[in-house]
Design a protein around this ligand. Structure first.
Ligand code: FES
Ligand code: FES
Length: 160
């Protein structure tokens, strides 16, 4: 049985996408299956793990919890957009140096989240940083290394 679709125009990573989507489709499903941006990972699909984090108008959002049709007038940035723009080069390097990833499944979500957290508060305190990053889950439990990596970027940035 075919389901009704509606037209939606999304701005993803600065590119305009004219799409036909079912109203029930999440933003995560659409960026992955329709835009081919599979760096946004789907883990729990119920708002817990944060693996699907993208930026919507600059704010980190769990894209499994928001419908694509709700993002009509918004600017969406995925991990691919951040990486291509060079915005997270320092975070990516720090994750590598400090072993902030193991299987890598949670990594895009953590990078998107960390970039937004540091953008909002470049000299964020250790406690606030840990609290902000605690919203995402890592099944490989590499939390200490992730925190260390993000802290090192904060320290470089705030020292400038
Ligand atoms: S897949 Fe969206 S929060 Fe887990
Ligand atoms: S590195 Fe494997 S889930 Fe985080």
């Amino acid at each position: 049985m075919s389901r009704a679709t509606v037209p939606v125009t999304l701005e993803v990573n600065g590119e305009t996408w004219d799409l036909e989507v079912e109203p029930r489709w999440s933003l995560a499903e659409v960026v992955r299956s329709r835009c081919g941006l599979t760096g946004t990972h789907l883990g729990c699909e119920q708002g817990i793990c944060g693996s699907c984090t993208v930026l919507v108008d600059g704010d980190p959002v769990r894209s499994c919890l928001i419908y694509a049709v709700q993002c009509r007038d918004s600017r969406i940035t995925t991990i691919e957009g951040l990486a291509a723009g060079g915005d997270i080069a320092d975070l990516m390097e720090a994750f590598s140096i400090h072993h902030g990833l193991q299987c890598g499944f949670c990594t895009p979500g953590f990078l998107v989240l960390a970039s937004a957290v540091l953008e909002r508060d470049p000299s964020i305190s250790d406690g606030d940083l840990e609290e902000a990053l605690s919203s995402n889950l890592c099944r490989c439990t590499g939390y200490y290394s992730i925190i260390k990596a993000v802290r090192s970027v904060r320290d470089q940035t705030s020292a400038c």
